[in-house]
Design a protein around this ligand. Structure first.
Ligand SMILES: Cc1cc2nc3c(=O)[nH]c(=O)nc-3n(C[C@H](O)[C@H](O)[C@H](O)COP(=O)(O)OP(=O)(O)OC[C@H]3O[C@@H](n4cnc5c(N)ncnc54)[C@H](O)[C@@H]3O)c2cc1C
Ligand code: FES
Length: 274
């Protein structure tokens, strides 16, 4: 359900807090003008008055309707304006849009979650869903990677996840330093010790395109079926509701049919990792 009956009309919402995560990433806590009912993996369009609009996937717990968090990497005009927000500022929200993660497909199975960089944002929201319904999933395997320890989004929180019963978790950075006591190497190197039933398990990948490309290749080599690999795809978006065609991916609109796709649905399109 959209927070506004008119999907093009942003709802005025208030910034509750701004948290600096890394030198380029901030988390914005937002009080939506109306309670927002999003499914993990869906996205919202955030408007900064006078600057523009951009899509983001909430990183917060879907069960909480009165507060929404988005975690934003500064890359350009809109994201810079988001980084400059202060408590009490008014912004616009449209959505939620897209399909989100098909949790029913994951129930009763072993699930491997592979994340990189800013990809931890949607995955944090997904992990909350897994933790809130722990008994419904056979076992969770989490593998996360970033460039350096300083780029490691939500590091303290993710390290807490490792203490839970039903999860096997490993982290890595491309370049180690004295602050880092997990593995060193690209994220595919920490997939080698995942011990699960690959043919019947599910893998979820979210991160920069290059990481998703090599992680998917590795998952296929490990024995995952292409129909059991779920990818969060990003495309330039405008309307968010399947009308403008900006986000086309083959026969699909990423905003409406995605952003979560099974690999078998999109693997034959040449530009999926662009
Ligand atoms: C469904 C969806 C969910 C997203 N969720 C998040 C999120 O949770 N956190 C987050 O930080 N970002 C997320 N993004 C990316 C975010 O929307 C873009 O970074 C943002 O639109 C850039 O706007 P800008 O005006 O700051 O930069 P622009 O001036 O528009 O672009 C600056 C640079 O970033 C590149 N860029 C712009 N948009 C994208 C994109 N979609 N993917 C890759 N590169 C892009 C441009 O090519 C350019 O090089 C998401 C994108 C989509 C489609
Ligand atoms: S963003 Fe307009 S069709 Fe997808």
């Amino acid at each position: 359900m959209y927070i506004s009956k008119n999907p093009y009309r942003p709802i005025k919402s208030e910034v509750m807090d701004v948290i600096t995560e890394t030198s380029t990433i901030k988390t914005i806590k937002i009080r939506p003008g109306e309670p927002i009912d999003f499914k993990t993996g869906q996205f919202i369009e955030l408007t900064i008055p006078g600057v523009g609009e951009a899509p983001f996937t909430p990183s917060s717990r879907p069960a909480i309707k009165e507060m929404l968090e988005i975690t934003v990497m500064k890359v350009g005009k809109v994201t810079e304006a988001i980084h400059n927000l202060k408590k009490g500022d008014i912004i616009g929200l449209r959505g939620p849009f897209g399909n989100g993660y098909p949790l029913d497909e994951f129930r009763g199975k072993e699930v491997l979650i592979v994340g990189g960089g800013c990809g931890f944002a949607p995955l944090r929201s997904l992990m909350y869903e897994f933790f809130d319904h722990e008994d419904e999933f056979k076992k969770l395997f989490f593998r996360g990677g970033c460039k350096t320890s300083k780029d490691f989004l939500y590091r303290k929180e993710i390290e807490e996840w490792a203490k839970r019963n039903n999860i096997n978790l490993e982290l890595t950075v491309d370049e180690g330093d004295s602050e880092w006591d997990w593995k060193v190497g690209v994220v595919t190197t920490i997939l080698d010790d995942v011990d699960m039933d690959f043919a019947n398990g599910v893998a979820i990948v979210c991160g920069p395109p290059i990481m998703m490309k090599y992680a998917t290749k590795k998952l296929l080599e490990m024995g995952f079926r292409d129909k059991n690999i779920y990818l969060s795809m990003e495309r330039n978006m405008s309307c968010g509701i399947g009308k403008c065609g900006h986000c086309r991916l083959g026969i699909y609109y990423t905003c409406k049919d995605g952003p979560v796709f099974r690999y078998d649905m999109i693997k034959n399109y040449p530009d999926i990792w662009d």
